[in-house]
Design a protein around this ligand. Structure first.
Ligand code: GLN
Ligand code: ZN
Length: 764
């Protein structure tokens, strides 16, 4: 058999985001159920046909989802929390959406990020006495649908071990090994039912790219023995991605599976060992050569050489070629980006183009290099052009980045001295109050931004609209008595896009949507070249806000790690290098703000934690450069200038030392949702600088009372010295409405005043 081309998953949202419109229409009651299901079916058929026509031999099914593939798996396994209606044999459509989005009777399942991606999945909940059983027919229906369309489709399942590790249990102690045991009979039933429907089943176990406890690792062999026995005629393809298998390599190849897929975009170095294992164990190897996490065209000559080498070692019948992971994480089609700079568009491949690359590689290895000569030539040429292009290489940026020394990473004086000089400048009360930056984004604001972008609102009119907004936000903050004001960020559509659009080295798509969660999609900026800042990006707005008030206004920037993390970035140099260039651009902005009279500057870094590598052993080097980039961006200012940062997630206990090393004068963090749980870390680690644990959960429309916020503050004051505390919401307010915000912030200021009173009575 010749080498086969395989796909692991395709973006399901649709090139026009058809699935988004359909699900949102259904939720609003504007679209009947049949039409939603019809759109879903049409999308599947269209995407299958597209993959087949591109030359893919084995097409995935059940990679489609109306909301989330982990939620689908939970429903398939009957792993549904008891607070939801479980009377029916199968989970019905409305219960499915209620699990994802909540209902008046039950709150939604939690969401968190899928490994190191920006995709959010719903966290499975394990409960005692859960009736695990097949409770969804989706995977069987999709297999049957693919068959009816005349396709050889391989259903995709999330493997039992990864599924158990992704979930959480409400009871103690949570033992994933027990969960795996409980799930196993259902998985066996599923495979049995798939046997007549599919020759191959793809089982994803991305947890093999993470640190596994010996107990969990020991479950793999018996689990896969059991699955293989349940359906002896099914070929199991074990899919791994996002990392090197490293110490789990031997484990993966010793399972009762027919083939193993490895990610060679993220971890090319694992090929040699994988080939050794494959020849030893007689398994087939699926080479994930085309990057499913980034948008650059593949180096086809290099990939083909790798593929040829694998075929020499194992024989064509035991080698297949594939993307490095599901294509869920890239946009659909670069060819629709007709307004984009043609040269840069030519450097890129989205899902559809990636499938063509995979098919070219297959053809090249099966029919010889000659058969794909022109594709190889075109690929070589583009790779060479991109490498040499003045658009990717700016000598000034490079020499500046190379000349960065450790002094550029240090504030002049240590925090204790800075704190003293800042105290004399700002004269803030104890428990100073502030917000995280954005205020509600009204329809009027959005319309003005859109009109300005479209050219129908001239710059003068746009500026005055934004200034009116700043006036209103500043007056409001003065009226309710906040101490450190912000300008409100009305001019920003998105905290990364806003900066990317003003920096050299970034390009933007019009249709490059990637699913973030449910019906929500993002359009990540594309960082293709050396980054520099032609001119100030935020100064005019902050300066205007400062000019209309006697209170201090905080300037607001997005940090280098977050800009890096939320963009598609170049793959021709280390991420740390790219991040350093962004940091220098932000440093310039910080200094311009300071020169313009802005003496408190916040640099948001909500994405530092999600950039953590999947294995702990790789954390240190990452945290080193991430922290250094923040310091490079922030350290140029005078001691009396106060640097803030902001992070919004509640698990940061395990990186708290690195957070402290960022040496921001003040940090605000999200804590109110977890009722200050995250402050546990502060009981043992004495965070040296000032900190504002959020007291207002901005993800909820509910307005917290003064008493609630006071009780959160006193919780915080038990582990953090009161003189280090700030009072602020969990995050920005842009998604909230004005009435809630007015009430909540008024209560927050009252809570801070009460805290001041209380603590002034205590001896310090
Ligand atoms: N300054 C940003 C805002 O207030 C921060 C957003 C974020 O942390 N995600 O919206
Ligand atoms: Zn935030």
């Amino acid at each position: 058999m010749p080498v086969q081309a395989i796909n692991l998953g395709f973006p399901r949202i649709g090139i026009q985001r058809e699935l988004k419109s359909a699900t949102e229409g259904y939720w609003k009651g504007a679209l009947p159920r049949e039409q939603l299901l019809g759109t879903a079916r049409d999308l599947r058929l269209r995407h299958w046909a597209l993959q087949r026509d591109a030359g893919i031999d084995v097409i995935p099914c059940n990679d489609f989802s109306l909301y989330d593939q982990v939620l689908d798996m939970a429903c398939l396994l009957g792993c549904v929390p008891a607070r939801f209606d479980r009377d029916t044999e199968l989970v019905d459509l409305d219960t499915y959406f209620a699990l994802a989005r909540g209902s008046n009777r039950a709150h939604a399942m939690e969401m968190t990020k899928w490994f190191d991606t920006n995709y959010h999945y719903l966290v499975p909940e394990f409960e005692r006495g859960q009736q695990l059983r097949i409770a969804s027919s989706k995977v069987f229906d999709e297999c049957a649908q693919a068959r009816a369309a005349g396709l050889q489709a391989a259903p995709v399942l999330i493997g039992p071990i990864t599924f158990a590790l992704l979930g959480k249990a409400k009871y103690e102690p949570f033992r994933p090994a027990q969960i795996i045991e409980a799930l196993l009979p259902v998985y066996a039933d599923i495979l049995k039912r798939l046997e007549p429907l599919a020759a191959t089943v793809q089982i994803d176990e991305p947890c093999l790219g993470t640190d596994l406890s010996p107990e969990i690792a020991s479950r793999f062999v018996p689990v896969y023995d059991r699955l293989a026995k349940a359906a002896p005629n099914v070929r199991i393809r074990l899919a791994t991605y996002f990392n090197d298998l490293a110490e789990n390599m031997g484990l993966a190849f010793n399972l009762a599976v027919e083939s193993v897929h490895i990610d060679l975009a993220r971890a090319p170095g694992q090929l040699e060992e994988a080939l050794r294992q494959a020849s030893k164990t007689g398994k087939s190897l699926v080479l994930g050569l085309v990057d499913g996490r980034n948008v650059w065209r593949n180096d086809l000559s290099a990939s083909l050489a790798t593929l040829e080498w694998a075929v020499d070692r194992l024989g064509a019948d035991r080698v297949a070629v594939a993307p490095s992971c599901s294509l869920l994480h890239v946009p659909v089609d670069v060819n629709v980006e007709t307004r984009m700079d043609a040269e840069i568009r030519n450097w890129m491949a989205f899902a559809q183009q990636k499938l063509e690359e995979i098919a070219t590689l297959k053809r090249g290895v099966n029919e010889g290099r000659k058969s794909v000569a022109s594709a190889l030539e075109a690929s070589d040429e583009i790779i060479a052009i991109r490498r040499r292009s003045p658009r990717t290489h700016d000598a000034k940026v490079r020499s500046r980045a190379a000349a960065v020394t450790s002094t550029a990473l240090e504030r002049h004086a240590p925090f204790s001295q800075r704190q003293a000089s800042q105290a004399t400048v700002f004269k803030l009360p104890p428990f100073p109050t502030t917000t995280i930056g954005s205020f509600p984004q009204t329809a009027e604001i959005r319309a003005a931004r859109a009109a300005h972008k479209a050219g129908t609102l001239d710059t003068a009119a746009y500026t005055s609209t934004m200034r009116r907004e700043i006036d209103a936000v500043v007056r409001f903050q003065e009226r309710i008595g906040l101490d450190v004001l912000v300008h409100g960020e009305a001019e920003r559509n998105d905290m990364v896009e806003y900066f990317g659009e003003q920096l050299q080295g970034f390009a933007f798509t019009r249709n490059g949507w990637v699913q973030s969660y449910g019906s929500r999609c993002v359009k990540p900026p594309i960082l293709f070249g050396d980054v520099s800042r032609p001119k100030a990006m935020t100064v005019e707005w902050s300066q205007y806000a400062q000019s209309i008030t006697s209170r201090v206004v905080k300037g607001m920037l997005t940090g280098p790690v977050t800009i890096l993390q939320w963009s598609f970035v170049r793959d021709d140099q280390p991420r740390s290098e790219t991040c350093r260039q962004i940091a220098l651009a932000i440093r310039d902005e910080v200094l311009d703000l300071e020169r313009a009279g802005i003496h408190i500057i916040q640099i948001d870094e909500p994405a530092i934690r999600e950039g953590l590598p999947l294995r702990r052993s790789e954390w240190r080097p990452y945290l080193r450069w991430a922290v250094d980039c923040f310091r490079l961006a922030s350290s140029g200012v005078a001691d009396s200038t106060q640097i803030h940062t902001h992070m919004c997630y509640s698990e940061f206990n395990d990186i708290i030392e690195s957070v402290a090393e960022m040496d921001a004068d003040v940090i605000s963090i999200e804590t109110s949702r977890s009722q200050m749980e995250l402050l546990d870390a502060f009981a043992t680690f004495h965070y040296p600088n000032q900190i504002g644990p959020g007291v207002y959960d901005i993800h909820s429309p509910r307005v917290p009372t003064q008493a609630e916020m006071m009780s959160l503050l006193s919780k915080a004051a038990r582990v953090i010295p009161p003189r280090q505390l700030w009072v602020n919401p969990d995050c920005g307010l842009k998604t909230r409405g004005w009435p809630e915000v007015e009430q909540a912030l008024t209560n927050m200021v009252a809570a801070a005043r009460a805290a001041r009173q209380e603590h002034s009575r205590e001896p310090s």
